[in-house]
Design a protein around this ligand. Structure first.
Ligand code: NAP
Length: 260
């Protein structure tokens, strides 16, 4: 039987593990999922105090698991995060994984160091893969789960002075499709969000740049930068029953940037 459309987007009784939920897009996603009914496990290196208050205001719980996704040993570290998250989850299981934590290092390609490269690729790609693997094991056993990766416009475009970021986010788009192909049959939806230019810490240097800031704004058909809450609807969609037959997409939420 088909659910009523009002129930399609409900996350009542679900638990979502959201990485990097202390600020920016991860915070907005965690709060949106909580407002739709999900309890939240936040994983990251900074305690999500403000997010916890907003999740509590929505009547849901938030637990925190400390994790540094740039560090080496990603397979072991992310398996520990997945186990700790499941142990804290109200029903002992993670229903939704949002791989949001990410970092960016800006430099001319001639000057990028190995340290920059590893920090970006470990955080944005390697930890994302191994955390997905660890969480998907339980999802596959239960035959249900939602994995949402946070990609980027630089999953489609080259970007300027951020080669490791572009490489990692382009790989996230490919990995989203690869994992969807494998895991769709196990009842797991793997999809990605591709945010356009949003007002967060990540883009503060761009918004402060007197040349780049107006050039970016002029190219956005919607005529404004995104605010984190602009991602809420798409995140709830990909986390909910409403997207049960949606697999392997990279959904732009970009004010029309890619249409231009
Ligand atoms: P942000 O405000 O800088 O948030 C990044 C989040 O990732 C923070 O919670 C940060 O924790 C966490 N993080 C970074 N490195 C980490 C590490 N080594 N271990 C654990 N957590 C780590 O930027 P944002 O814009 O919200 O970014 C969220 C995601 O959206 C990222 O994947 C980013 O690439 C992507 N994105 C952003 C935009 C945009 O316009 N803002 C556009 C496209 C894609 P700390 O606070 O402790 O650093």
């Amino acid at each position: 039987m088909h659910a009523q459309s009002s129930e399609l987007f409900s996350l009542q009784g679900r638990t979502a593990l959201v990485t990097g939920a202390n600020t920016g897009l991860g915070q907005a996603i965690a709060v949106a999922l909580a407002q739709a009914g999900a309890d939240i496990i936040a994983a990251g290196r900074t305690e999500p105090v403000e997010t916890a208050a907003q999740v509590a205001a929505a009547g849901r719980t938030l637990h925190f698991v400390r994790a540094d996704f740039a560090a080496g040993g990603a397979a072991r570290a992310t398996a520990d995060v997945a186990a700790a998250a499941a142990a804290l989850a109200p029903h002992g299981r993670i229903d939704i994984l949002v791989n949001n934590a990410g970092t960016i290092r800006r430099a001319d390609s001639l000057d990028v160091t190995e340290e920059d490269w590893d920090a970006v690729v470990n955080t944005n790609l390697k930890s994302l893969f191994f955390l997905s693997q660890a969480v998907a094991r339980g999802m596959a056993e239960r035959g249900a789960g939602k994995i949402i990766n946070v990609a980027s416009l630089l999953s489609f475009q080259g970007g300027i002075r951020v080669p490791a970021y572009t490489a990692s986010k382009s790989a996230v788009a490919g990995l989203t499709r690869a994992l969807a192909n494998e895991w769709a049959q196990q009842g797991i939806n793997v999809n990605a969000l591709a945010p356009g230019y949003f007002e967060t810490n990540n883009t503060a240097p761009l918004r402060d740049d007197p040349v780049r800031a107006p050039a970016i704004l002029a190219r956005i058909p919607a005529g404004r930068w995104g605010t984190p809450a602009d991602l809420a609807g798409a995140a709830v969609f990909l986390a909910s029953r409403a997207s049960d037959y949606v697999h392997g997409i990279v959904l732009p939420v970009d004010g029309g940037w890619l249409a231009r």
